[in-house]
Design a protein around this ligand. Sequence first.
Ligand code: NAD
Length: 260
Amino acid sequence: MLSGKSAIVTGSTSGIGLGIARGLAASGANIMLNGFGNADEIEAIRSDLAGEHNIKVLYSPADMTKPQDIADMVEQAESEFGSVDIMVNNAGIQYVAPIEEFPIEKWDAILAINLSSAFHTTRLALPAMKKNAWGRVVNIASAHALVASPFKSAYVSAKHGIAGLTKTAALEVAEHGITVNAVCPGYVMTPLVEKQIPEQAKARGITEQQVISDVLLAAQPNKRFVTVEELAGVVTFLCTDNAKSITGITLPVDGGWTAH
Ligand code: NAD
């Protein structure tokens, strides 16, 4: 379905990004993985994906807080694949604390990784996409791009920012065969969510089990976590030609959360 296309998926050594990389690879796209983690484990993922799907799979250790790293990553992908047709901006971190106690360095890091990195990858990937008259930018936002929750000021601000960037970029490139969309997941049980359970328990003065039932799944009417496989399917669909008229949207994949 996507053979001959090449994709960068930021933050794809874990969780949702890895699931999306697997989904795009299964559809035939070459993949540049990115993110942090154990070098041997990342190499195992890289070589397994390449062998399983008979595609090229590269890995970039680019740090999404560093614009020069991001430029090097896009340049490497363009030179080794020939083009970057699909840019999935997924890297993200979370931190949970009341605004008046929110560490300044956490605010800066969340804005850089969850928002500014997508500005950089998009500005760098668009010229070649325009030249090829085909491109897909998919931003992994969050239900928190559409609604807020307490104690997540930086995350909610960055994700609302991603929604704005998505709409603006979509309008700028609509006549070039390029779509720009945001996918807005509800809760997915990945390391990012597992880590915030004790933080939420502390901020709210409740147990970790109560965080799962009364905070996380309380928001989701279908009372289950979204899976990475579901998200990979949605992103892959947005990259197909059948989705070429879908652009500038913030698509909730949240079990009904934002229908409230
Ligand atoms: P995760 O912690 O499992 O994965 C995050 C990925 O980002 C990892 O590969 C990590 O190495 C990478 N990363 C972190 N900092 C980086 C940096 N400075 N440079 C490069 N890579 C970096 O998290 P996840 O739950 O899979 O989240 C992925 C995305 O999905 C995030 O943008 C997150 O906000 C979003 N999201 C997650 C959920 C959820 O419930 N898990 C819900 C909605 C949206």
